[in-house]
Design a protein around this ligand. Structure first.
Ligand code: 1GP
Length: 245
């Protein structure tokens, strides 16, 4: 069962670099409309969830409404067991590798695993690594955030993720982060980590996106831009064009 993972690899063969849109139900009035728009602009998948998304019933309604009007995959991005929803295509089955709380490394995963099985959701094994501090993901996940300039520590965690069999690593600066993960950190991780490298947090425009994609990120995640920027459609379009050029 690797339909979505195969699709992601096909998208990467086609475009070299791709973008996922992160949609959080609490922050949009017409979330299905936004999903449709980002699909038409070139998003390869929709991520739903986040570290503060806790309403499982809302989440499921959201997944159903989005899926009814788009054809790209809907992938869960859970911050806890409440982030597992029956109707999604796949789930970033993350372990927050630099958490100080074992609950976020393997406890929540054990609690959620049987639900993933029961609902037949494709798991995408992901090492989730939080860079920096003072973001919601950092706080909720009790992360010992890796300082932005300590690329060597990010390399160690990413390589550990690879040796643990994780086919995805997500370098996360946190939603709405003032500072994005640096190109230097990405290029250092890229030298060691062979799997698919996801980068998100604070990607606000096409020049940042292009720099991070050129440094070695395979998949960029954009969320806050879609919620807060009145000019988001143009900026999202520019991001897609910049990373594919
Ligand atoms: C957060 O990486 C994602 O988990 C997206 O971050 O909201 O800052 O785009 P932004």
């Amino acid at each position: 069962m690797s339909r979505v993972e195969n699709y992601i690899n096909d998208e990467l063969k086609r475009h070299k670099k791709i973008c996922f849109a992160l949609l959080d139900s609490e922050n949009f009035e017409d979330i299905a409309g936004v999903a449709k728009k980002v699909e038409s602009l070139g998003a390869s998948a929709i991520l739903v969830g986040g570290s503060s998304a806790i309403d499982q019933l809302d989440l499921d309604k959201l997944v159903i409404s989005i899926k009814s009007i788009i054809s790209i995959p809907v992938i869960l991005f859970p911050g806890n067991v409440t982030g597992v929803s029956p109707n999604a295509d796949a789930i970033l089955f993350t372990s927050l590798l630099n958490s100080e709380d074992p609950y976020f490394i393997s406890g929540a995963q054990a609690l959620g695993a049987l639900l993933v099985k029961k609902y037949n959701i494709e798991p995408l094994p992901t090492g989730y690594i939080i860079i920096g501090d003072n973001t919601t993901a950092w706080f909720i996940g009790r992360a010992k955030g890796i300082p932005f300039e300590k690329s060597n520590i990010a390399v160690m965690y990413s390589l550990a993720a690879q040796y643990l069999g994780m086919r995805f690593v997500y370098l996360e600066a946190g939603s709405g982060a003032k500072k994005n993960v640096s190109a230097e950190m990405i290029s250092n991780v890229r030298k060691y980590y062979d799997g698919l490298l996801i980068v998100g947090g604070g990607i606000k425009n096409s020049s940042i996106a292009k720099e991070l994609a050129e440094a070695g990120a395979d998949i960029l995640v954009v969320g806050t831009l879609l919620e807060r920027d009145p000019d988001w459609e143009k900026k999202f379009n520019d991001i897609i064009l910049a990373i594919r050029s």
